[in-house]
Structures are given as C-alpha cells and as structure tokens.
Ligand binder design. Sequence first.
Ligand code: FAD
Length: 412
Amino acid sequence: MSRVRRIVVVGAGQAGLVLALGLQKHGYAVTVVTDRDAETIRAGRLISNQCVFEPALRRERALGINFWDGQAPEILGASFGLAGDSPEPAISWQARFDHPAQSVDQRVKVSTWLTAFAGRGGEVRIGKVSPDGLDEYAREFDLVLVAAGRGPQFDGLFPRDDRHSPYREPQRTIGITYLVSGRDEPLPTYPGLTFGLSQAGELFGLPVQSVRGPVFGLGFFGVPGGPLDVWDDVTDTDEHFAVAMALLRKQFPWVAESLADARPSGPQDALRGRVLPIVREPVGTLPSGAKVLAMGDAAVTNDPIAGQGANMAAHAAAVYERRILDHGDRPFDEAFLRGTFAEYWEKAQHATRLSNDLLAPPPDHVLATLDAAQRVPEVAHRFAQIFPDPAGYTSWLTDEEISRNYLASKGA
Ligand SMILES: Cc1cc2nc3c(=O)[nH]c(=O)nc-3n(C[C@H](O)[C@H](O)[C@H](O)COP(=O)(O)OP(=O)(O)OC[C@H]3O[C@@H](n4cnc5c(N)ncnc54)[C@H](O)[C@@H]3O)c2cc1C
C-alpha cells in the first residue's frame, strides 16, 4: 500500500484553505499553518471586498463548503457609470452575469472554513512562518505550499518576475467601508457590482454578507496624488465614512442617492491601503536545497480593481489539487512544482492582464465599447462577463482591430 503523502499549507486564506479542504476530502494528511486563529480573523479588521464569481463558487459547492448559499445576497450583474461634467454619468449601462456572483466577508468565510477543516480532522498549527522557518517544514512534509498572501515577507524566496510585472509601485490608493441602512428598509442599491470610472480613479460597490449580516461594500480606488487619494491620514471608521460619502457625492454623484441613508456597519469595517501588483517566480529554493511552491497572492498579486484575486486563489486551489492527485506517489520535484504553476498561469494570466490594464487610462476603442454598451445589450453583457471570465477580455479588448470589428458587426 502506498504511503500517505504529507502536505503542509502555510496560510489560511482563500487559496490555502480551499486546497486544504479539497485534499482533505481525498484522504490526504494536510496540515495548515497560519498566524491567526479563526476567532482572531472573525473579530479582526476588514480584509477584502472578495467578489467571487461562479467558477469559484462552483468549486466551493463541489467541496461542500458553500455555507452561505441562500443567505449571501446574489450579485446579479454589473452597473457601469463613467463620470462626466454633469451629475449624471456620461456613459451608463447595466448587464446581468450568466450566473450570480457572491461576496462573503473573508473574516466570516475564512474563519468558518478554518474551523470546518479542523472539525473534519485537519491539523491546524498557529504560528507565523518565516522564510528561514520553512526548512523545518520541508524536512517534515513531502510538499510545502506557501499561501501566505501578498506583501514582501517572502520576496527573497519568490522574487519578482519582471516579464509579467509591469508596475514597480502600487497604482491605486484603496479605501473601503461597509455600510448598512440607517432606516428600517434596506439600502436601495443595485443588486450587483456598481462600477464607476472617473479620471481620479474608480468606485467599486457590492452587496456583501458580512460578520453581522448583509452590508454594502463601498470601495474607492484612487490614482496616486489625485482627488481619490485621501486615505493616508484617515484612522477612524466614522471619519472614513464621512470622507467616503463626500467623495461619492463629488466624484460619482449618480450613486450617492442610493446611499443617502447609509451609516457605517461597525468599527472594524473599514480598510485602507495600497496593493503592489506583482507576479513572482513561483518556486523557491530553501537553504537545504528543498523546493517550495507559492500559491494565491503569494505567487500572483493583482490590484483588486478588477476583483480577481480571490477568484484566482480558488482557481489555484483547484489546479494544485488535481495536479497533486494525479501525481500519485511520485516525488514533488521541481518539474512538478513548475508544471503546476504553469497550468494555473494559463488561466491566471488573463486576470492579471485585465487587472493591470484597468489601472491604465482606457484606450479609445475600450471607451467606444463602453459607449456602445449603452445601446447594444449584447455588448454590455459581453463586457460584464469579462469579470467572471477574464480570458474573454484578452481575446477581445486587448486588440483594437478585433474590438472595432466586433462593434461594427453589432451595428455600433
Ligand atoms: C481591498 C481589497 C479588495 C479586494 N476585492 C476582491 C474582489 O472583489 N474579488 C476578488 O476576487 N479578490 C479581491 N481581493 C483580493 C483577494 O482578497 C485576495 O486575492 C485573496 O484573499 C488572496 O487569497 P490568499 O489565500 O492568496 O491570501 P490571503 O487571503 O491574504 O491569506 C493569507 C493567509 O496567510 C496567513 N499568513 C500570512 N503570513 C503568514 C505567515 N508568515 N505565516 C503563517 N500564516 C501567514 C494570513 O493570516 C492569511 O490567513 C481584494 C483585496 C483587497 C485588499
């Protein structure tokens, strides 16, 4: 009989936990090492906006970890508005997704999954793993996966891949706050993604199932140095709320009315910061010579502007799981690790391209497409679908000729 493979996942986020729960289902002895326990995560500050589209939700359903279906508000489509000179948007349209998306506050989701993993017999070790500490795990386990999220902590192990990392600095200043209605009735917000575009940056709003129930997540993505780059000195949630509402009225006034009765949902429910988009060398070599593999944000971090990171983390979990299962008893050597990342990147590259392109001013043919979407519902639908399926973006809007020909074929 073959030996049980021992696998350790460092980090308990959307990437690491979905993989750990998936392997656990197949009888693997998986250990998760993470720096925060479930209660600390749940009681902590806001982490993300986490709009998760149907492909990732389908996977969660297959694993039986879709605990919020029927409870989390359905995100039915996208509502787009381009800021112009008047209070009304210069361009606006709405389109439904083929399947609803969902946003469950990661504090809720990750803490529940971590508890479920332990409840199903998985080993959880609480502790912060340093790059130097990884060798200890490499001695104990057959495979070490690093899913410890974004940031520079593993820079030395997984250096920047210049070929796929066009930016050296964060391109947006992010401010997100969760809102509830100050009245008895719910906020009359659009039941989907509200996306606003202006020269100063973007607005990204959505219904979220949060720690204390449903909220509206209101996020601003500001071009550095511009009028939406205002969060550095904002420390308190009430101040964050006041600044957000003032920005909304000034920059995206057509959205302001639906949030006129809003108030902050809780003292921990605000987030501000910057994300450096980066693709890394995914295979790291430890001092002992052992190889480890990065996944999720630890391997590829996108600016959250296009809502892709959690979706690609879930995709990584699916690809890594299947590759591990297919590999059977063979050693997890460098070729296996590189092949695993390469298969993930086949799809993830589209999400990265979409996220990076959205950080630059839209070219004329994209503006023409957004304009045509007002008159041709099929164009609006196709545009909305690039978020659940970013490969639909790279095969279309990255090429001016293809885009113009498509618009002509639709009589736009
Ligand atoms: C403001 C904002 C909005 C976003 N909106 C969206 C969106 O709408 N849609 C979307 O798809 N994505 C979105 N994202 C991105 C998404 O949140 C991330 O891509 C996703 O959470 C990455 O998952 P992960 O498992 O790789 O990392 P994480 O979720 O960051 O998890 C990493 C885990 O590792 C643990 N950890 C960290 N360091 C160590 C260590 N040294 N030792 C042990 N444990 C460690 C952490 O505590 C955590 O549990 C957003 C991100 C931000 C910041």
